[in-house]
Design a binder for this molecule. Structure first.
Ligand code: SOE
Length: 387
């Protein structure tokens, strides 16, 4: 069957630009049955030289130094936003108004107000929309969802989720955009707590109220810029850090489950430890991104004496998405979560079906983030006000 070309216009080109471009390029290789070919049509950014280099490296056939021109082009179907967070809303709304489908990196926005305007814009335009909480699409996480939906854990009592990193522990690590409130909105909260929240919402349900504390351990840093991946270079002078280095919060889910969440960039030794454990009346599950092919599963119905967590290598053909890649036991990695996410999105696009996580999920996530900030400031429990 001939494939439909979906022409991608990407705004931004750093770490996530590379992850997304790679996924578009490899998609047809693994999703042979997908009736779509992503075409890397154009990329936008402000500085021409690095932009030109990114276009060449990632395989985009053209570039624009003003994202507005990209959004106006009639040879683009999807706008993919991989910029710092303060640019998400303006670009997404303009893209929707020009009838483009919109993919946006997380967190969806800087504030709930912005997120709501973005959701309203894509809904009013009738375009497809996706927020890139890619970890939902790890095969082991999808399998965890299947087990929970099939009732294998029964009623859920506990969610324990942590996102542990250590890349800014050096006090000389510069004050890059990811540490500046005017560009990023919040620190560990929006950057990584947003991911574990999305996983918890996906697997267990909505959160009704939260109690929280947040901390900034290093309050002054050298000024500087990101320099590829999570590296940075100093540029001279120092500045005040106005976002959180770490956040911890308790949550009550609407279905009665209790949640304990922690997100920090100061957990020495943990490079990218995104992990959760869920305990239900009939069993438990646990997962860790740094060992992402494995799901640990405990069933209370197992024979006494043989009870305990078993490690399931989620690479068998019957595990979600696993059959797309290699034979059982031939593991996949971080980059494949984006292939699975985009594979689902493009399938939804051609079948005109919504795919999650979408901008509604982005809004709901943002509402919890905002309640966490409010609870940390008030030092009391706060209800999550969904909008
Ligand atoms: C840095 O904390 C970062 O790259 C996040 O921005 C990503 O969303 C996360 O997936 C990995 O860590």
């Amino acid at each position: 069957m001939p494939k439909r070309s979906i022409r991608i216009g990407m705004v931004g080109y750093q770490f996530m630009g590379k992850a997304h471009s790679h996924a578009y390029r490899d998609l047809n290789f693994f999703f042979e049955d997908l009736p779509v070919t992503p075409v890397l049509q154009a990329i936008a950014g402000r500085s021409e030289e690095p932009l030109r280099r990114a276009a060449e490296a990632y395989g985009f056939s053209s570039y624009e130094t003003d994202w507005r021109r990209l959004v106006e082009r009639d040879d683009i179907d999807v706008i993919d936003i991989v910029t710092p967070n303060n640019a998400h809303a303006e670009i997404a709304i303009a893209a929707a108004e020009h009838g483009k489908h919109v993919i946006c990196e997380k967190p969806l926005a800087m504030t709930v107000d912005e997120a709501v305007r973005m959701r309203n814009a894509v809904q009013a335009a009738g375009v497809h929309h996706l927020v890139c909480h890619n970890y939902r699409y790890a095969p082991a996480v999808q399998f965890a969802k299947r087990l929970i939906d099939d009732g294998r854990l029964g009623r859920i009592y506990h969610v324990r989720a942590q996102y542990l990193q250590d890349w800014i522990m050096d006090p000389d690590f510069p004050l890059v955009w990811r540490l500046r409130k005017d560009v990023t909105g919040s620190g560990a909260l929006g950057d990584i707590a947003a991911h574990i929240l999305d996983l918890a919402r996906f697997l267990v349900g909505e959160i009704g109220e939260v109690a929280a504390c947040m901390e900034t351990f290093i309050k002054e840093r050298p000024l500087g810029e990101m320099a590829g991946g999570l590296e940075a270079k100093a540029s001279g002078g120092t500045g005040r850090v106005d976002v959180d280095d770490a956040v911890a919060f308790l949550a009550r889910f609407e279905n009665g489950a209790m949640g304990v969440f922690e997100a920090t960039r100061f957990a020495g030794g943990h490079r990218n430890g995104n992990q959760f454990e869920i305990n239900g009346e009939k069993g438990s599950l646990r997962w860790n991104l740094e060992d992402m092919n494995w799901l640990e599963v405990y069933f209370h119905s197992d024979e006494p004496g043989l009870q305990g967590f078993r490690r399931i290598n989620c690479t068998e053909p019957l595990h979600p998405y696993a059959e797309r890649y290699w034979p059982a036991g031939h593991i996949i990695g971080y980059e494949h979560t984006f292939l699975n996410l985009f594979g689902a999105f493009f399938k939804g696009l051609v079948e005109d079906q919504p795919v999650k996580p979408d901008f509604e999920d982005g809004v709901r996530n943002q509402c919890v983030l905002e309640a966490v900030e409010k609870a940390a400031a008030s030092r009391s429990w706060e209800n999550v006000e969904y909008r």
